[in-house]
Design a protein around this ligand. Structure first.
Ligand SMILES: Nc1ncnc2c1ncn2[C@@H]1O[C@H](COP(=O)(O)OP(=O)(O)OP(=O)(O)O)[C@@H](O)[C@H]1O
Ligand SMILES: [Mg+2]
Length: 382
């Protein structure tokens, strides 16, 4: 059935005000919807004190992120795989008067953790400002409905609150993605909000005061540092938590397997048995190229220009699964991941291709049990 834009716009409007054609499933549900059952079970089992307006106690928020089993046997799946302490510090920060800055290289789950934290703390991860070089102050403060403004002049009715303003007024968690991509003077809009907990509306001679429960999670990429460095005045309003790359091959294989499984289900891909060998191979290749040295520490290799993060490994394996499901025999084979690996590694056609060829000949070719993988890579690289 085709759905015209009109039908879609006239269709269901859910609680969050999202428009969707009747009966259509969201391509990517928000964390609070995708994991509604887990959040509900946690809230029921949670008898610890909750900060004002929090849906769960800090302990239950951490359990939601790290996974665990509740007294009644409900299994909470791990969302973040990494040091427990990092999650504990992040959650605790949100209960203080400092905001939380998640920092790290690309693909270390900053956005993912931010979304799940907001979902668990406030039950809503959608109060989001996406930072870009063009983000204007209005995106952080408020804008105007111009028809209203022209007809009736400035009034509360003509005001269009930003997600941050809504979070302040309702005591919720606001999110700012890619904070350091936002021009420095626009970033500084956050200083008053975070230190005075108030947002003045000069045109009305009014203000919106942050109520208890309000806090803010920002993410920023290590690689962008220098694009628009955070001013020290703003940095002091944040507790910074650095998300590390997975510490071992095992941890990274675990993360990739879990996410691929979830993504595969949401794409209706049939389950592919025993994909773990191929996943381990993708992860090993990415880690070795990233680290500049083989896993046994014996051979130095050159690193390509792109970031070979866990996120890229997840997408290479998911594409491989789709290939094997639609065109292969339903088992994840070296040929299903080879093209994806090549695409991820060779970003710069000249320099990266040399790096990849050297790695292929010096490492992959010589490795025991990797003959079929070597052949598959040779075939797509030719
Ligand atoms: N330690 C981890 N635990 C669980 N999932 C992880 C982990 N590391 C990466 N991922 C997965 O990697 C994917 C990408 O993560 P995300 O987009 O949040 O990265 P990011 O740090 O925001 O990257 P960028 O800097 O490019 O915005 C997500 O699907 C996430 O599940
Ligand atoms: Mg991100």
């Amino acid at each position: 059935m085709t759905v015209s834009v009109n039908t879609a716009v006239n269709g269901t409007k859910d609680d969050a005000g999202a428009l969707r054609a009747d009966g259509a499933e969201a391509l990517r549900p928000h964390a609070e919807d995708a994991f509604a059952d887990e959040l509900k079970a946690l809230a029921a089992a949670d008898d610890r004190p909750r900060p004002a307006r929090w849906r769960l106690s800090p302990w239950a928020v951490a359990t939601y992120l790290l996974g665990g089993t509740l007294p009644d046997g409900t299994v909470i799946t791990p969302k973040y795989v990494g040091p427990r302490r990092i999650v504990e510090v992040a959650v605790t920060t949100l209960a203080t008067d400092r905001a939380l800055l998640l920092l790290g290289v690309p693909g270390t789950a900053k956005t993912w953790v931010s979304e799940h934290l907001a979902a668990a703390v406030s039950g809503d991860s959608t109060l989001l400002v996406q930072g870009t070089a063009g983000t204007p102050e209005e995106a952080i403060r408020y804008g105007w409905n111009y028809a209203q403004l022209l007809a009736h002049g400035p009034s509360r009715d003509a005001l269009v609150p930003s997600p941050v303003m809504r979070a302040m007024a309702e005591g919720m968690t606001a999110r700012v993605e890619e904070l350091t991509r936002i021009p420095a003077d626009v970033q500084d809009t956050l200083i008053t909000i975070l230190s005075e907990k108030t947002l003045p509306i000069a045109e009305l001679g009014q203000e919106v005061q942050g109520v208890r429960g309000f806090n803010l999670i920002a993410t920023a990429n290590d690689r962008d540092r220098g694009v628009n460095e955070l001013s020290s005045a703003l940095r002091r309003r944040f507790n910074t938590v650095v998300l590390p790359l997975p510490e071992s091959v095992e941890a990274e294989v675990d993360i990739v397997s879990r996410r691929v499984d979830q993504l595969g289900r949401s794409l209706d891909l049939p389950a592919v048995p025993d994909g773990v060998d191929e996943i381990r191979r993708v992860v090993t290749v990415f880690r070795e190229l990233r680290d500049g040295v083989t896993a046994d520490g014996r051979t130095k290799v050159k690193s390509p220009s792109g970031t070979l993060s866990t996120a890229e490994a997840i997408s290479v394996v998911t594409n491989g699964l789709a290939l094997s499901a639609h065109f292969g025999d339903g088992i994840l084979r070296p040929a299903d991941v080879a093209a994806g690996i090549l695409g991820a590694v060779v970003r710069d056609p000249a320099a990266d291709r040399v790096v990849w060829q050297e790695y292929l000949e010096a490492v992959v070719r010589e490795r025991e049990g990797w003959k079929d993988f070597y052949r598959a890579c040779r075939e797509v690289s030719a």
